[in-house]
Design a protein around this ligand. Structure first.
Ligand code: ADP
Ligand code: ADP
Ligand code: MG
Length: 668
């Protein structure tokens, strides 16, 4: 029986909410957005036909409250809910509540979700269905004694996982028996805090693995197909960063075998809708004939689904909606394999600082235009635009950039161009790091594995060096921005750099870090700017800053880059670098916020999870002091120097504000 969906409520936010709405628009389905207090002006709210306010910023009081979503359906007459990913997407109780309310859930049955919800139980089920699983322990007995014995049996290194974990959280590698107890404690706590379940499993840690997953779909007639594989091996902290389809170097036989295992997994639980079966492949001896093991099944649409869409030409959200309406699978396995064409690569653009251990960053987005004209082979899925705030409340992903090519080389080149052409300012992002990864020769050669980023951190994570030329460009941007503003102003008001066309000279200062200042001597003669820094002079002709693009000529060579100037910073974005240069006020001092040595402040707002030292205790450099949760990530704050802890009055559960003083380390 089919049941047409006329109005769909999207119980999510950000890029995935916008992505689902785009398909609804094409299918003529009306859309309803839900939003929290933090999202009143968000893109997904603007895009929807209707929107319902569902509570405070904290997801636990808004996006995660099933009753509020169901109430929003009643108020708007929505006949179906798409959960996106995260939030309620893998919550069987929510799927059941919708069913009871007579609302269609665009996703699998509650029973399928339950079967796959816990990694341990899912592995057992797959073992029984004859699908290979990673060797390890996934039993009920959680005593330290049993876990220690099992780890011993498996043999180190092992990986501990929270059975309810996801998004790379609740996982700890252990290389040595002496570290096991501490890792168990941390993983169980992360499992409890993030997923409400402290239970763990232990697996053999595969030293050189690739993450290859298979997109599956099942319909209500009990048929299942797969839409080929994706390789998501480029990860940081077990979270995907670069994804592609098909997997580089995959043989036809292996694709068939893995595809068949995935379809078997889906059929074993009578799966309906979109799902992903994740495998880990041990490539210690190369990919050919490498053993692969079931890792987990994600019973929802995956973040990286666009690469599959690009190589198959199918709209996976449309498939999801049609199947939820009770229609059969639109294509057979053979038809899908014939359709597959070319290669697609995706990168996840995150508000985070790769050069500072990938710490999440927050702030207001300056430049970012996901809707700039992209070439037909490029695609940007974003849920934010210039002026939007990236807050501590939700996942720090800004968006996804995806490109297609006839082959892998072409797809990577197209993606490099797309990322180069997508500047972001106002907060720290991983853009430059993504470019380095895409350009890395081993990645280009298809030699990927999950340890890639760690293996090449020297090159991938080397900090940018800011040269005299960069400071000169910042000075040129300041002058060009001022002159652009003067032109924008009311023509009758005299701007302060109206100088009867005489060259004007001035000094500009930049903060080079560590208390060092860079002084730029600037001579400005209309659009010509000459900047001297130390013994180097840069003469720029015809400098203009229009719509965020700075252009100037030097020795007849025209330079073009993205630039943004405000009172405190100059952001310059070139093809491969994003530089935020701090301006220094003339009166000095204002930016001089050097804390006394050893004063530790909160790197961002968050919650204290654990206090590892006592006030008055003597500590050594590098010793863990506090465990803090910020932006859904656990962070350990360690002592920057030897000394005695003073002024520590925090306890687990305390909330701390950005920049709050946590404690001080004094000399003994
Ligand atoms: P996997 O679950 O295998 O990592 P995806 O990367 O597609 O597959 O999953 C993204 C999922 O993880 C979503 O449910 C998303 O909400 C969640 N997620 C991603 N990043 C985080 C994070 N930093 N904290 C919590 N959940 C996250
Ligand atoms: P999540 O639900 O957080 O996505 P997964 O079980 O899918 O958890 O694992 C996430 C990532 O962790 C994998 O993509 C892989 O990089 C790594 N990983 C998982 N299991 C193993 C293992 N047994 N050995 C080595 N790496 C693993
Ligand atoms: Mg996973």
């Amino acid at each position: 029986m089919t049941n047409r969906i006329k109005k769909l409520l999207i119980a999510n936010r950000g890029e995935i909410a916008c992505r689902v709405m785009a398909t609804c628009r094409q299918l003529g389905i009306k859309t309803v957005a839900v939003y929290s207090a933090a999202d009143a002006h968000a893109l997904h709210v603007k895009m929807a036909d209707e929107a319902v306010f569902i509570g405070p910023a904290a997801a636990s009081e808004s996006y995660l409250v099933g009753d509020k979503i169901i109430d929003a359906c009643r108020r708007t007459g929505a006949d179906a809910v798409h959960p996106g990913y995260g939030f309620l997407s893998e919550n069987p109780g929510f799927a059941e509540a919708l069913e009871e309310a007579g609302i269609i859930f665009v996703g699998p049955s509650a029973a399928s979700m339950r079967a796959m919800a816990l990694k341990g139980a899912a592995k057992k089920l797959m073992e029984d269905a004859g699908v290979p699983v990673v060797p390890g322990y996934h039993g009920e007995d959680q005593s330290l004694e049993t876990l220690t014995q099992e780890a011993e049996k498996i043999g180190y290194p092992v990986l501990i996982k929270a059975v309810a974990g996801g998004g790379g959280k609740g996982m700890r590698k252990v290389f040595d028996a002496k570290d096991l107890a501490a890792a168990i404690e941390a993983a169980a706590r992360e499992g409890q805090n993030s997923f409400g379940n402290p239970e763990l499993l232990i697996e053999k840690y595969i030293q050189k693995p690739r993450h290859i997953e298979v997109q599956v779909f099942g319909d209500s007639d009990g048929h299942a197909v797969h839409l080929l594989e994706r390789d998501c091996s480029l990860q940081r902290r077990h979270q995907k960063v670069v994804e592609e389809a098909p997997a580089p170097g995959m043989s036809l036989e292996m694709r068939r075998a893995m595809g068949q295992a995935a379809v078997t997994a889906a059929e074993a639980i009578g799966y309906q809708g979109a799902g992903t079966v994740e495998f880990i492949v041990d490539v210690a001896n190369g990919l050919e004939n490498a053993p692969f093991y079931f890792m987990e099944m994600n019973t929802r649409l995956q973040v990286e689904h666009p690469v599959t869409e690009m190589i198959t030409g199918q709209d996976l959200v449309e498939w999801q909606i049609r199947i939820a309406e009770g229609k059969p699978l639109p294509l057979s396995q053979d038809e899908i394999e014939v359709l597959a064409d070319g290669h697609a690569v995706e990168v996840r653009l995150y508000a985070e600082d790769p050069f500072n251990n990938f710490a999440p960053s927050i702030g207001r987005i300056g430049m970012f235009d996901p809707f700039a004209d992209t070439v037909p082979t490029g695609r940007i899925d974003a849920g934010v635009q210039a002026g939007d705030e990236v807050s501590i409340h939700y996942d720090p992903m800004i968006g996804k950039l995806i490109a297609w090519g006839e082959d892998r080389e072409q797809a990577i080149d197209a993606l490099i161009n797309l990322v180069s052409d997508t500047p972001v300012s106002g907060l720290t992002t991983n853009r430059d790091f993504l470019l380095r990864a895409l350009k890395h020769q081993d990645f280009r050669a298809g030699d990927v594995h999950t340890g890639f980023i760690e293996a090449y951190e020297d090159t991938l994570l080397a900090k940018h060096v800011v040269s005299a030329e960069d400071y000169a460009m910042a000075a040129i941007a300041i002058v060009a921005a001022r002159s652009a503003r003067a032109h924008d102003d009311d023509p009758w008001s005299i701007s302060d750099n109206f100088r009867l066309n005489l060259p004007a000279t001035e000094l500009l200062w930049f903060d080079a870090g560590d208390g060092e200042l860079v002084t730029a001597h600037v001579v400005e003669d209309r659009q010509n700017v000459s900047v001297t820094i130390g013994d180097k002079t840069f003469a720029a002709k015809c400098a203009h800053l229009v719509d965020g693009i700075l252009t100037f000529s030097q020795d007849g060579l025209r330079t073009r880059l993205f630039a943004e100037v405000d009172a405190a910073h100059v952001t310059l974005v070139t093809e491969d670098r994003t530089l935020t240069i701090k301006r220094h006020a003339r009166d000095g001092g204002a930016d001089d916020e050097t804390d006394g040595p050893g004063t530790i402040t909160a790197p961002m707002p968050g919650k204290i999870l654990d206090v590892k030292v006592a006030d008055g205790e003597t500590v050594e450099r590098g010793q863990p002091l506090l465990v803090m949760e910020a932006m859904k990530m656990e962070q350990t704050i360690s002592a920057p120097r030897d000394g005695v802890v003073t002024g520590l009055s925090l306890k687990a559960g305390d909330q701390v504000a950005d920049g709050a003083t946590l404690l001080t380390i004094n000399d003994e």
